[in-house]
Design a protein around this ligand. Structure first.
Ligand code: AMP
Length: 213
C-alpha cells in the first residue's frame, strides 16, 4: 500500500487482512509497539517518529527482513507503510528474491492534501490494538474508548498539526518517487482514496483483481 499519511492505507490493509487472510505488516504499528514497550528499537525510533521524519533505512529494512521470515508470511502479506524510500524498495526486491517471493501489486491510494490534514488531525489510535477512529468521521461508541478492544484511544504525537505538515513534505520528497519506480515495473494501480471506507475497499478489491480470490 503506497500513499501519503492519512490516505487510509492502514484502514484498508486491516480490512483486507480480515477478508483474505494475507497478513498486514505495518512498519508504523511495529515501531509504535516497540516505543510503547520501550525496547531498544523503540527508543531508537521515537525521536524520528515524533518529529515526523523517517526512521533510517537500515533500521527499517532489518525489521522488515526479520518479519518476512516468519511463517505467517509464507502465503502472502500486505505491506503497509513500507517501502517509503527508493533504497527501501531496492532492499525489498533483494529480500523477496532471497525468499523466492514476488511483489504482485502496488496499490497507490490518492487523496488531496486538504482531506489528508482533516483526517490526520482528527484521527485517534488505540494504544492496545492499533485500531483507528476519527473524532468526526467514525467516532467511537464511547469517547476515548476503542470499539474493538476497549483500549484507550489517543492522538499520536505525529498526528498533531505541526508534525502533519512535516510528514506530508517527507512523503512528497522521499516516498512519492516510488510511484514511478513501481509504475515502470508494471505493478502500480492507482486508487481514489476519497469516499466511504467501504467504497474505497471495493475499489481496492477491484484493483487487486485476481489476487482477491
Ligand atoms: P505510519 O504509521 O505508517 O504513518 O508511520 C509512522 C512513522 O513511523 C513514520 O512517520 C516514520 O517516522 C516511521 N516509519 C514507518 N514506516 C517507515 C518506513 N518504511 N521507513 C521509515 N520510517 C517509517
Amino acid at each position: 500500500m503506497l500513499g501519503p499519511p492519512g490516505a487510509g492505507k492502514g484502514t484498508q490493509a486491516k480490512l483486507l487482512q480480515d477478508l483474505f487472510g494475507a497478513v498486514q505488516i505495518s512498519t508504523g504499528d511495529i515501531l509504535r509497539k516497540a516505543m510503547a514497550d520501550q525496547t531498544p528499537l523503540g527508543k531508537q525510533a521515537a525521536g524520528f517518529i515524533n518529529s515526523g521524519a523517517l526512521v533510517p533505512d537500515n533500521v527499517i529494512v532489518d525489521l522488515v527482513a526479520e518479519r518476512l521470515k516468519q511463517s505467517d508470511c509464507a502465503h502472502g502479506f500486505l505491506l503497509d507503510g513500507f517501502p517509503r524510500t527508493i533504497p527501501q524498495a531496492e532492499s525489498l526486491d533483494a529480500m523477496l528474491k532471497q525468499l523466492g517471493q514476488n511483489l504482485n501489486r502496488v496499490l497507490w491510494v490518492q487523496v488531496p492534501e486538504s482531506v489528508l490534514i482533516e483526517r490526520l488531525a482528527g484521527r485517534r489510535t488505540c494504544r492496545q490494538c492499533g485500531a483507528l477512529a476519527h473524532v468526526t468521521f467514525s467516532p467511537p461508541r464511547t469517547a476515548g474508548v476503542c470499539d474493538r478492544c476497549g483500549g484507550e484511544l489517543y492522538q499520536r504525537d505525529d498526528d498533531r498539526e505541526e508534525t502533519i505538515a512535516r510528514r506530508l513534505q517527507v512523503y512528497e520528497k522521499q516516498t512519492a518517487p516510488l510511484v514511478e519506480y513501481y509504475r515502470a515495473r508494471g505493478l502500480l494501480r492507482s486508487i481514489d482514496g476519497v469516499g466511504e471506507i467501504e467504497q474505497i475497499r471495493d475499489r481496492v478489491i477491484d484493483a487487486l483483481g485476481d489476487l482477491a480470490q
